[in-house]
Write a protein that binds this ligand. Structure first.
Ligand SMILES: O=P(O)(O)OC[C@@H](O)[C@@H](O)c1c[nH]c2ccccc12
Length: 256
């Protein structure tokens, strides 16, 4: 499933490229004001930080929320105390778009993550051109050479890579890369199975000084407390915020 999601995302980017060649996107990326320093914003603190996600649907959970106005939801997240906004830009299974990312960028002053299946430099330039400050890299979807190339390009463009892992081996590959912001996704993107205890098992294998993000399956304050106790600096939350009351949930999660 992960390889199919990635192949589709790359194919869709190739289709966009036919209309908007790399040189054009690169120029738009370089014309953007500098990206926000997400490492500073997400740095470990006394309280857990929340990366709040905008997601309409997913292959594992189906339709979640209609979300007509991504920018309005992002503003709600900002008011509610989120530290960063994650925007799904994958269209086929998640119902997102780069237009969502652009409108969110214009609406908030928080760092914004492009959440997608990124495997080519073109997609990275697209992210910056749309105003992203962070770009997701899924270790399981990329070989080491591509991972290194994309991690370098994201950094060079002033953005922060969020390097997503799902095993000790992938965490080691993230460490070798010099990743400073590393996530552990509780959901296995090849089987969609959830393992809420994976973060806890991997927590002490993070490289020294890396910011530790627990991703997925946060539905309650108790889930946040569970990840926080295991050492999470930040949690990445989608479903609970798009299906529930975002302000009430954020306030409960941030009170942990
Ligand atoms: O909706 P949840 O269970 O709170 O999960 C959010 C986020 O972690 C999840 O959307 C996610 C994590 N890694 C991904 C990679 C691609 C697409 C989506 C994701």
């Amino acid at each position: 499933m992960l390889s199919e999601l990635t192949a589709n995302a790359v194919a869709d980017a190739e289709t966009r490229r036919a209309d908007r060649p790399l040189a054009e996107v690169e120029a738009a990326a370089l014309a953007r004001p500098a990206a926000i320093d997400a490492l500073a914003v997400l740095a470990p603190a006394e309280r857990v930080k929340v990366i709040a996600e905008i997601k309409r649907s997913s292959p594992s959970r189906g339709a979640l929320a209609s979300i007509d106005d991504a920018a309005a939801l992002a503003r709600t997240y900002e008011i509610g105390g989120a530290s960063a906004i994650s925007v799904l830009t994958e269209g086929r299974k998640f119902g997102g778009s780069l237009a969502d990312l652009e409108s969110v960028r214009a609406a908030v002053s928080l760092p914004v993550l492009r959440k997608d299946f990124i495997a080519t430099p073109y997609q990275v330039f697209e992210a910056r051109a749309a105003g992203a400050d962070l770009v997701l890299l899924i270790v399981a979807a990329l070989d080491d050479a591509t991972l290194g190339e994309l991690h370098g390009l994201i950094t060079q463009l002033g953005m922060t890579p969020l390097v997503e892992t799902h095993s000790a081996d992938e965490l080691e590959r993230a460490a070798q890369l010099g990743a400073r912001l590393i996530g552990v996704n509780a959901r296995d993107l090849t089987t969609f199975e959830l393992d809420r205890d994976l973060f806890g098992r991997l927590a002490d294998r993070f490289p020294e000084g890396a910011i530790r993000v627990a991703e997925s399956a946060v539905l309650s304050a108790a889930d946040v407390a569970h990840y926080r106790a295991a050492g999470a600096d930040a949690v990445l939350v989608g479903e609970a915020l798009v299906t529930g009351d975002p302000i009430a949930n954020l306030s409960a999660f941030l009170a942990v």
